[in-house]
Design a protein around this ligand. Structure first.
Ligand code: SF4
Length: 435
């Protein structure tokens, strides 16, 4: 049984893909180095920056707000639980980093802004307004562009949500995770099921475009709780759902988490693989019945509400990450290489670096043509858009036929698209198509 691990999830993100799976992607996939010599480092690269033109490629901007009230025991995101959040200082730092990095994205067309965390719903709305305005004006982000803010149910009352809308937010992503009190308790979440429902309804009244996250495969999760969660979400005014299996494997987590340790010590019984697959199926069925279509392995949307921001990741476009622990990626003009970097995960290190006028980069990877091609295929096959058949190297075309015969994939308008069964074995399918 091949499980589609949450760590192999929705988005380009760092040394691993892991943690609480929001519907965004915040880190870059582990990559080998070896970008082409044609890709210059920041400061060397003026010649690589294309002038704006009709063929300008799109990109997204991700801003990380690392502060949370508590650190959930399964979460390996860049998170801080300072009692007093340095709202002003952190905002200034993000704006300073924007000024430091933005030149590298000239010539691209900004399509979306995503404020993730951490818990961005703890960020003062007036500060969020400053950041949104700065990004808008620096990159001419269109007025109707998708601007998402992640919110936790306990910090998402109607007044606060309305203030975020005034700040320019047009979409909320609510961290529901589950409506089952036992599952929430085992995840270490503080909110109650009713809080989540209230937050979703309030957000829908404010902006009408609300995404939620669900987690399954956790302690106390069963097929019944997974189905009930999806049915309850499907009955709410929700446009988008991300559903991820809890991941605790050390090799995909950026940091050791308390639940991962308990698991390793044999003190955290979790549902087995077959049970987790059954839970995923129950969620898919309930969401389908509620009119939410699966358009990516772990993501579902009502028609027209697919995430603009995440699609940029899945289409292997560039992205600018700002803030503690954020990742960015800039593709070379000729598409033959990319530079991916990650910021300091410790707030103080991040703040001090930016305040001294230095980039807060702590890791950097250069990706070459072959790595990019493989990554593009891996990401594209997560989606219903699939990958152009011609992108499969000729030596592997026989595998395309084999996948079709096994009903794991179809070819539609020249694109290879995994079926639902194929998505369940995504990693294995991708491996067969790699050169
Ligand atoms: S609220 Fe979200 S980001 Fe913060 S610790 Fe919990 S899971 Fe992590």
């Amino acid at each position: 049984m091949i499980l589609e691990p949450a760590s192999d999830a929705s988005a380009p993100g760092g040394a691993a893909w892991s943690g609480e799976r929001r519907d965004d992607a915040r880190r870059a996939p582990a990559s080998r180095s070896g970008a082409p010599a044609s890709f210059a480092r920041r400061g060397e690269g003026a010649a690589l920056v294309p002038r704006p033109g009709p063929a300008a490629r799109p990109f997204g901007i991700y801003v990380h707000f690392p502060y949370c009230t508590v650190h959930c025991p399964y979460c390996d995101f860049a998170v801080a639980t300072d009692r007093a959040i340095p709202q002003e200082r952190y905002t200034r730092a993000v704006l300073a980093e924007l000024a430091l990095r933005s030149d590298g994205f000239d010539g691209l067309e900004a399509r979306s802004l995503y404020l993730g965390g951490g818990t961005p719903s703890l960020w003062d709305p007036a500060r969020v307004a400053e950041v949104v305005a700065a990004v808008r004006s620096r990159f001419a982000l269109p007025a109707q562009a998708e601007v998402t803010l992640e919110a936790n149910p306990e910090s998402a009352d109607a007044g606060r949500l309305a203030a975020y809308r005034e700040a320019g937010v047009s979409r909320f992503s609510i961290g529901v995770q589950s409506f089952d009190p036992g599952v929430l308790a085992k995840l270490g979440r503080r909110h109650r099921p009713g809080d989540a429902e209230r937050a979703v309804r309030a957000a829908a009244q404010v902006v009408g475009n609300v995404a939620v996250d669900l987690i399954y495969g956790a302690r106390r999760s069963t097929v019944a709780t997974a189905r009930a969660d999806a049915e309850r979400v499907g009955a709410l005014p929700v446009t988008h759902v991300s559903a991820y299996a809890l991941t605790l494997e050390g090799e995909v987590l950026a940091e050791e988490t308390p639940l991962a340790r308990l698991r390793r010590e044999g003190r955290l019984p979790l549902p087995g693989d077959d049970e987790v697959v059954a839970q995923a199926r129950a969620i898919r069925g309930a969401l389908r019945r509620a009119g939410l279509r699966r358009y990516e392995i772990s993501n579902f949307a009502r028609e027209g509400f697919e995430s603009v921001h995440n699609r940029l990741y899945w289409r292997s476009e560039s992205y600018l990450g700002l803030g503690v622990g954020a990742f960015g990626c800039r593709h070379a003009v000729d598409g033959a290489g990319a530079l991916r970097w990650g910021n300091a995960r410790a707030p103080l290190a991040y703040l001090e670096s930016v305040e001294a006028g230095r980039l807060p980069t702590v890791e950097e990877d250069r990706l070459g043509p072959r790595e990019l091609a493989e990554e593009r295929m891996m990401l594209a096959l997560r989606t219903r858009e699939g990958v152009a058949v011609e992108e499969v190297v000729s030596a592997r075309r026989a595998e395309v036929a084999a996948l079709r015969r096994a009903r794991l994939a179809v070819v539609r308008a020249g694109r290879l698209v995994l079926t639902s069964r194929g998505m369940d074995v995504h990693s294995a399918a991708v491996e067969r198509l790699m050169a």
